[in-house]
Design a protein around this ligand. Structure first.
Ligand code: SF4
Length: 378
């Protein structure tokens, strides 16, 4: 057991009442320092992931309570909030800002005019970094290539897409890498199935290695039907943009299903090999457990590497199930845990923020200007 786990165990064993409540409610670390809501609501439907969308359910209710000023009737109504538009400009201290986390800027209900206003604020707040995430990177690419009226790309804007399984990974990542931008990030949340992140076979027959930043060109098929690509060491292969940051996490809510740790490990290993920092925001509602209480814990869930769920937490009548089925051993997880434990993968945290903060301020906009300022202080 790691030091952190031991500490959490002793905390939960020794703290009682108010003290225990405070320890459990202490805010968890978050990858962004500010959530900006110029647009709220989403009418997109890109599959099962939208049916259990946090923006439409738990967070939505929580958000309504805390923001009585700009309540909207339904989570599927898309509304633009003028009162929020200028928020980032008010803060001089540099922040990492998550843009419209309860919406999607590239859904059809958001007009080009709205997008233009939001992007103009980003342009005029160069002290911050803005992170725009979409499930519609095909339209994001189209918008930035042909429709934006702004000088683009902006150095302080990161573009990203979120994927939940192999199909969405294969479909969205090639579009993301086609968006003209200076910085790219990738979000595996909620992770709903195993993903082989190494290579994507494109419709053109070319092969894309998203973490290694290149496309290998398809050349021909021989008489035996064997495909051939340009050799891996032949330079130059076609370069793709670099993914600079990866976020991984499970889904939340009543029907949440945690990812199997092997799915997370696989992405983490690939990212580490390529030197890409990772923020792991945990198993959603669950945590790994080494000594499950099979008799009494009604929240236990057995997750197989293939994504099958058993145990009382998944609706089985009993927890007294074999952890190994068809040669595959399930991970056993529980909801009965302190929130900080949910962030641990195999007893460790992976909380790396987006790298190389862009220390660009209105007065400090070039290397020469920065050098001159530093020199003047000597
Ligand atoms: S915010 Fe994302 S997950 Fe939620 S409904 Fe829209 S596209 Fe789907």
């Amino acid at each position: 057991m790691s030091n952190f786990e031991e500490l959490m165990d002793s905390l939960t064993r020794t703290l009682r009442g108010e003290e225990a409540r405070k320890a459990v409610e202490r805010p968890l670390p978050t990858p962004f320092s500010f959530k900006w809501h110029p647009v709220i609501g989403c009418r997109m439907n890109v599959g099962a992931v939208c049916a259990n969308c946090r923006a439409r359910k738990e967070s939505w209710e929580e958000f309504q309570k805390s923001t009585a000023g700009y309540w909207v009737a339904k989570p599927t109504e898309v509304t633009f909030h003028d009162s929020q538009l200028m928020e980032p400009i008010r803060y001089r201290k540099p922040m990492d800002i998550e843009v419209a986390p309860l919406s999607d800027l590239f859904q059809p209900d958001v007009s080009d005019d709205m997008r233009h206003k939001i992007l103009s604020v980003m342009k005029n707040a160069p002290q911050h970094r803005f992170f725009i995430q979409t499930k519609n990177p095909a339209f994001m690419k189209h918008y930035f290539k042909t429709r934006t009226k702004l000088e683009w790309p902006l150095p302080n804007v990161w573009v990203g897409t979120s994927v939940e399984d192999q199909a969405s990974y294969n479909a969205r990542v090639p579009h993301l890498l086609g968006v003209p931008a200076q910085h790219y990030f990738l979000v595996f949340e909620p992770l709903l199935g195993p993903i082989a992140p190494e290579m994507i076979q494109l419709d053109t027959f070319d092969r894309l290695w998203p973490f290694r930043q290149f496309v290998q060109a398809y050349e021909y098929m021989d008489e035996q039907g064997q495909r051939h690509w340009s050799s891996l060491d032949a330079e130059p292969l076609m370069r793709t943009p670099r993914i600079e940051w990866i976020l991984i996490g499970g889904n939340r809510g009543e029907n949440a299903r945690p990812p199997h740790p092997s799915w997370v490990r696989k992405i983490l290993r690939q990212a580490t090999d390529e030197g890409i920092p990772v923020w792991y925001s945990g198993f959603g509602e669950y945590a790994q457990i080494s000594n499950p209480d099979l008799q009494n814990d009604e929240t236990l869930i057995f997750v197989s590497p293939r994504g099958e769920y058993r145990g009382r937490g998944a609706g089985s009548a009993t927890n007294l199930l074999s952890a190994t089925v068809d040669g595959e051993t399930s991970e056993i997880m529980t909801r009965k845990t302190v929130p900080a434990r949910r962030l641990l993968l195999d007893g460790k945290h992976y909380l790396e923020r987006a790298p190389l903060p862009a220390l660009i301020t209105p007065e400090m906009d070039s290397v020469q200007a920065l050098a001159a300022r530093l020199k003047s202080r000597v």
